[in-house]
Ligand binder design. Structure first.
Ligand SMILES: [Zn+2]
Length: 485
């Protein structure tokens, strides 16, 4: 068993390094096949069957890769179709990934609609049959293991009571419905001249593109800001030998920041290509949250408590950093936005946060229904219904599988969003509104990070705050900044 765990760690090292080298533009192609080949024995039915049920995290990890292997031909076909696809718009040739960038920046509504419908048509015709085949394969394959359906497997392997969360999240939807509809309607009318009930999903990309205050988030301030922000928490980035901040410019480097924990805690890469703008700062802070979590993890923890387990836990720390950008005290302190500008800015970023939480609740409700019934045929209608119940805008039922994250990742994000608000409330109560410049708050975070992924989100919360999972702190945050006057 010990050798097997060592091999899992080596596999994760090779896999993450390859991902880092490709994403940072140091390799032109990602070569994962030889890595899988080298560790093939890990992901076989025999190996998985030999692991006792009490090794829940390890079994879950190996089974998810086993499922990945069984569906690799579908996954490859989907990637191939996406990368080969070209849309033709007014004599311009546009790739699939470029289409998304364009959609975020089109001021003309008819243009957004036209482009989005091209995407929907492509997904529906070309990808949906393969997505459906892939999902069917997952449902069938999981029956090789003694868990029952995919839904029961996820419940047991992740040790999460999804029904409980479904109820909790439903009451959040009810609780925030009035402020959501009121403020979304107002914002849409003000910025795009359309009301909430006539808005569609392609309008939202444009509504929240967040360009208005970009001049306050300059690319040449990003690195200095990061260093100062961490130093104020008692973390000296220049002395962190295990954190490698990759700032080098390379032609094929990913402009989107990402964290690659090649070896936890000894070698954690943070890939950054400063672009400037609110969204860039937000992503970098998020990834810095992951980076500090992994870099402060105790090296004496078992492999599974450093690498495996609750995927949502590290997201809590990432969101804690990211959502400082929705805290007026923080934004005023680091970005010199004041008075009415500050109020306007905060209202807009908080509203986009509420939108995304509600969207994920809609997604999660749909996913629960789908995995419980395994009824792929009737799924498009349920997807559309659940999203509408959460968002009150036009969505496209054809995207029901394109929008699906396997393994209930939607639930991880949701639990993390609510837990982040509890943790941030706790820090404010204990260290004051400016907790982010208090070294004692930094000490407390380091103590949490030291525990790696040993806890589930709920355990971490009760350990720190002495209270169980609670939706009130996030609900109150939205109500505080989105008053109806
Ligand atoms: Zn993350």
């Amino acid at each position: 068993m010990n050798n097997l765990k060592k091999d899992v760690e080596k596999f994760l090292h090779d896999f993450t390094c390859e991902y880092y080298l490709y994403g940072s533009g140091q390799k032109q192609a990602i070569e994962l096949a030889p890595i899988y080949e080298k560790y093939r024995y890990l992901f076989t039915k025999d190996t998985i069957d030999s692991i006792p049920p009490e090794e829940r995290k390890l079994r879950g990890f190996l089974i998810s890769y086993y499922l990945g292997e069984k569906t690799s031909s579908q996954n490859e076909e989907i990637s191939r179709k996406k990368s080969e696809k070209r849309f033709y718009i007014d004599e311009h040739e546009i790739t699939y990934s470029r289409l998304h960038v364009l959609l975020n920046n089109l001021p003309l509504r008819e243009e957004r609609e036209r482009l989005f419908k091209l995407k929907v048509e492509f997904v529906n015709k070309e990808l949906n049959p393969i997505y459906a085949e892939l999902l069917q394969k997952v449902y069938e394959t999981i029956r090789e293991f003694p868990y029952g359906r995919y839904y029961e497997y996820l419940t047991r392997i992740q040790n999460i009571d999804f029904e409980y969360y479904k109820n909790v999240f439903s009451s959040f939807l009810k609780d925030t419905q009035e402020i959501y509809t009121h403020h979304m309607n107002k914002q849409l009318l003000m910025q795009l001249g359309i009301s909430l009930n006539s808005a569609a999903v392609y309008d939202i990309y444009y509504l929240f593109r967040g360009k208005e205050y970009d001049y306050k988030f300059k690319s040449n301030y990003l690195v200095d800001f990061l260093k100062e922000f961490l130093l104020n928490l008692g973390i000296d980035l220049s002395k962190q030998k295990n954190v490698i901040l990759d700032l080098e410019e390379r032609p094929t480097k990913s402009p989107r920041a990402f964290c690659a924990p090649c070896e936890i805690p000894n070698k954690v890469y943070l890939n950054v290509l400063p672009q400037g703008g609110y969204r860039d700062f937000e992503t970098v802070l998020h990834e810095m949250g992951h980076t500090q979590h992994f870099a402060h993890t105790s090296c004496t923890l078992k492999m599974e408590d450093r690498y495996l387990g609750d995927m949502g836990l590290s997201e809590v720390y990432a969101f804690l950093f990211q959502y400082l950008l929705t805290d007026p005290v923080f934004v005023e302190y680091y970005f010199d936005i004041y008075g009415e500008d500050l109020e306007h800015f905060i209202r807009s970023v908080i509203l986009s946060r509420l939108y995304i939480v509600r969207r994920y609740i809609g997604k999660f409700n749909f996913e629960i229904w789908l995995h419980k019934t395994e009824d792929i045929e009737n799924a498009p209608e349920i997807y559309e219904k659940e999203l509408h119940k959460a968002l009150f805008i036009k969505t496209f039922k054809e995207l029901y599988l394109e929008d699906l994250d396997l393994d209930f990742y939607s639930a991880n994000y949701l639990r993390a969003w609510f837990a982040e608000a509890s943790l941030s409330d706790f820090l404010k109560t204990k260290f004051g509104k400016k907790w982010f410049i208090n070294k004692k708050a930094g000490e407390l975070l380091k103590e949490l990070w030291f525990e790696g992924k040993r806890w589930q989100i709920e355990e971490m919360l009760s350990e720190v705050t002495g209270r169980p999972f609670d939706i009130a702190p996030l609900t109150d945050t939205f109500k505080r900044y989105l008053k109806i006057v």
